[in-house]
Design a protein around this ligand. Structure first.
Ligand SMILES: [Zn+2]
Length: 323
């Protein structure tokens, strides 16, 4: 089926949050570090399922979230978040992206969310008419507090949803995953449990070819979990275990293409551009596999030349980029 990446704005994150998990960086450091920001894209995906119709995976951010002070008024998030953490140009809103593909939000037949974080469920209220699938562990944890501060699922983002479909992974083993869930009964959209980034983070395998990882992997380089790691707060073993299972899945499906939600690198940019018409060309497929071969060895260790480094803004601004 066709799979369309929808770029729903971007978010400014500390380099250490994304890449500093092995460098001894900790949570306090990444919350207070205002000198090593990078911008990363926020992606949702529209699947053109042949019988179900348009299916959305994640919903990005909403225009209201770009005014954080208002959006988070009354919660501790008001004080934690930077006002300019999110950037959402008018032509990148979820609605604008759907219109570009000939759809209105009401046309979407089902929504799958990889996890409850705000940059994945910000647009969820547009889909009160649709069933919303998510890992059962994520659903069960929806009122748990993140860092003891705010609910995992921020209530105003999900208020319109009534048809929750918690996913139990009772289907057969797939690659390194002990369980799976065939969401529409035809094997084309399979949910796989990849917890760690959040309690019930879920990845979505489309046509046994594309793995939409949400934030189980921030970027393709995070697949080399012994060399590149995001900062984890509390569930590092689970996060690592989920990535190892993705590594095994990749061995089981040699043509697998890993599609993270925030890949700001050459790989992510090229894959997203290649998929703009919904399908990847043979040339782009070859490029992606060549890139992977140059980046990872057989044990999925990273080519040292591909280790991410922070490159400061040459003009002295607060936001740099990643090599
Ligand atoms: Zn995210």
């Amino acid at each position: 089926m066709k799979i369309h990446p929808l770029r729903v704005g971007r978010t400014k994150v500390p380099f250490g949050q994304f890449y500093g998990g092995l460098a001894g960086a900790d949570f306090d450091e990444f919350v207070t570090d205002k000198d090593h920001f990078i911008w990363v894209p926020i992606h949702a995906y529209l699947l053109e399922h042949p019988t179900v119709g348009p299916v959305l995976v994640d919903t990005g951010i909403s225009p209201e979230q770009t005014e954080h002070v208002e959006y988070y008024r009354g919660s501790i998030m008001e004080h934690v978040m930077d006002v300019d953490e999110y950037d959402l140009p008018a032509d990148e809103t979820l609605t604008a992206q759907l219109v570009r593909l000939g759809h209105k939000p009401q046309d979407v037949r089902a929504v799958i969310i990889t996890h409850f974080h705000e940059d994945h469920v910000g647009g969820l209220n547009l889909f009160g008419h649709a069933p919303v699938y998510l890992g059962a562990g994520e659903y069960a944890a929806r009122e748990e507090k993140v860092f003891g501060l705010v609910p995992l699922a921020y209530p105003p983002s999900i208020a319109a949803i009534t048809d929750w479909r918690p996913i139990e992974f009772t289907g057969p083993a797939v690659g390194g995953f002990g369980g799976s869930a065939d969401l529409f009964g035809d094997g084309s959209v399979i949910a796989l449990p990849t917890p760690g980034h959040s309690p019930g983070s879920t990845s979505v395998l489309v046509d046994h070819r594309f793995l939409l990882t949400g934030d189980a992997l921030y970027t393709i380089r995070h697949l080399a979990v012994d060399d590149v790691r995001a900062i984890q707060v509390g569930k590092e073993e689970q996060y690592i275990d989920s990535i190892r299972r993705i590594q095994w899945l990749r061995r089981a499906i040699p043509d697998l293409l890993i599609v993270p939600a925030h890949d700001d690198t050459e790989y992510g940019v090229r894959l997203t551009a290649g998929l703009v018409a919904g399908e990847l060309s043979e040339e782009d497929l070859r490029w992606a596999k060549d890139w992977e071969r140059e980046t990872f060895d057989e044990a999925i260790r990273l080519n040292p030349a591909r280790l991410p480094h922070f490159i400061p803004d040459p003009d002295g601004g607060p936001v740099g980029r990643v090599s």
